[in-house]
Design a protein. Structure first.
Length: 305
C-alpha cells in the first residue's frame, strides 16, 4: 500500500570475513516501497527524468513510512525519483528468519533488477547504511547499477550493538506477550521502563500492527527473529582489504553520535577510497534532527557527482 503522494514503479519516471551467522544466503524477497517523483508542478511521475533514483534504506525498527515527508522534499530538491524501501522483516515487506547484511543487500539488488533500475544513488541510515555499503561492496554488484553512495551515521565497523537495542527488543517482546495491553497509550507508558525518551518510544511504536487495534498489542515486526539477528546487525560482512567500491561516497556524521569515530576513517577509506564526510550538529537520528541541513548536504553531494 502506498503512502499519499507516492507512485508505483510501473509509472515511475523513465530510468534508464563473514557474518556471525553461518547460514547460506537466503533467496531474495520482494521489498515493499514508495515512490516520490518530481516534476515542475507536483510529485508525480515525470517521463522525461534522466537522473537515476535515490533509493533509501531505513535503520533498525524503521520503515519507508518514516521517510514520507523527507522523501517528498528530497524528490523536489534533487529533481529525481526517491524510493524508500521496507527492508525484510520491517514495514510491509515479507518476513524471513534470515536477516544478515549479505541477504538484505541481495534484496535491494533484486529490487533494482526486478524494476530495471540503473544509475541509482543509494542512501542508508544506521542499519540501512550497512545494507547500502554491503550493496556497494558485493562482488556481484551489477555494472552500472550504483552511481553514488550516501551513508548516514554508521561506519563499516564490526562491533556489538549498543545496549539499548537489545533492551528495546526485550521490552517490545514483553509488551506483546503481556496480553492485557490493548492500546498504543498503554504500550507507550509501559515502554518507559525500557526507554525514557518519548520520541524513541513513539518511533518504536510505529511498528505496531494496525490490524490488531482494540485487541492485545501485537507488533508487525518478528521480534524474536530480530533479537536473534542482533549480533549480525552489529557486525559487517567484510574486513578492510577484502573489498572496495571506487564510486563517490558521502558519510554524514552526527556530532553528538558515536557511531562514526575519527579512528574509523582509515577503515572507511579502505572500503571507499573516493569518500568524503560531512558533520552535522545532531545525534544518531541525523535526518530527523537536522532535516534541512541533511537535505542540503545530499543535494550538494549529488550535484557535484
Amino acid at each position: 500500500m502506498l503512502s499519499r503522494g507516492a507512485t508505483r514503479l510501473p509509472s515511475l519516471c523513465s530510468l534508464g570475513k563473514c557474518f556471525l551467522s553461518t547460514a547460506t544466503a537466503a533467496p531474495p524477497v520482494d521489498l515493499e516501497y514508495d515512490v516520490y517523483c518530481y516534476n515542475t508542478h507536483s510529485l508525480e511521475a515525470d517521463p522525461k527524468a534522466e537522473k537515476g533514483p535515490l533509493i533509501i534504506c531505513h535503520g533498525l525498527f524503521g520503515s519507508k513510512r518514516n521517510w514520507q515527508s523527507l522523501g517528498k522534499v528530497l524528490a523536489k530538491e534533487l529533481k529525481r525519483s526517491v524510493i524508500p524501501l521496507d527492508l525484510r522483516n520491517f514495514g510491509e515487506s515479507p518476513q524471513s528468519e534470515q536477516m544478515d547484511y549479505a541477504t538484505m543487500a541481495s534484496d535491494v539488488i533484486h529490487f533494482c533488477d526486478k524494476h530495471s533500475l540503473k544509475n541509482i544513488s543509494l542512501l542508508g541510515h544506521s542499519m540501512g547504511g550497512k545494507v547500502a555499503m554491503t550493496v556497494a561492496l558485493k562482488p556481484d554488484l551489477p555494472k552500472g547499477l550504483l552511481s553514488n553512495l550516501i551513508v548516514a551515521d554508521i561506519s563499516p565497523i564490526r562491533a556489538n550493538l549498543s545496549s539499548e537495542f537489545p533492551r528495546y527488543v526485550d521490552g517490545m517482546i514483553k509488551i506483546e506477550r503481556n496480553g492485557s495491553i490493548k492500546s498504543k497509550k498503554e504500550a507507550f507508558d509501559k515502554l518507559y521502563e525500557y526507554e525514557k525518551n518519548s520520541l524513541i518510544r513513539h518511533f518504536l511504536l510505529t511498528n505496531l500492527d494496525p490490524t490488531h487495534e482494540g485487541e492485545p498489542i501485537k507488533f508487525r515486526v518478528p521480534l524474536q527473529t530480530v533479537k536473534t539477528a542482533l549480533p549480525d546487525i552489529g557486525w559487517f560482512p567484510y574486513e578492510p582489504g577484502e573489498a572496495s567500491w571506487g564510486g563517490p561516497t558521502l558519510f554524514v556524521k552526527g556530532s553528538k553520535s558515536n557511531y562514526i569515530k575519527l579512528k574509523h576513517l582509515d577503515v572507511m577509506k579502505s572500503f571507499f577510497p573516493i569518500m568524503e564526510m560531512e558533520t552535522l550538529e545532531a545525534g544518531h537520528w541525523i535526518h530527523y534532527e537536522r532535516s534541512k541541513e541533511f537535505v542540503a548536504v545530499i543535494k550538494q553531494f549529488l550535484g557535484e557527482h
